[in-house]
Ligand binder design. Structure first.
Ligand code: ZN
Length: 118
């Protein structure tokens, strides 16, 4: 997937023909559902979002409404929390990745994925 990236980037940088006949310009920072997204913006006002990113944002929105009931397991003195596959997939987390864990109050645990050196 990463290997495809430079190729995709080149295609995205080009303009895209809009339905109005003009060329929509590639923009890196557009807003979609409060997310930063890339896409093409035409002078007629039409915006074409990067479809891959749109799909991911819609999935993120859906997962944010989910509550997972999980069972902790034990490894020696530590407890293990298993992150559901659809969550790790959309957040692009893999075994070996680092996360930051903190407490928020007495009954809430916050887990932040660390930014990868992309
Ligand atoms: Zn247009």
């Amino acid at each position: 997937m990463l290997a495809d990236l430079p190729n995709i980037k080149v295609i995205k940088m080009k303009g895209m023909k809009c339905a109005c006949g003009k060329i929509a310009q590639y923009k890196e920072h557009l807003k979609f559902n409060n997310y930063d997204i890339d896409g093409w913006e035409c002078s007629c006002g039409e915006i074409y979002y990067n479809p891959e990113r749109v799909e991911k944002i819609l999935l993120l929105n859906r997962l944010q409404k989910m509550k997972y009931h999980l069972k902790l397991s034990r490894a020696k003195s530590n407890l293990i929390l298993r992150i559901p596959k659809e969550v790790s997939d959309v957040l692009e987390l893999e075994g070996g990745d680092e996360v930051e864990l903190g407490l928020k109050g007495a009954r809430e645990i916050i887990v932040h994925p660390m930014e990868m050196g992309k």
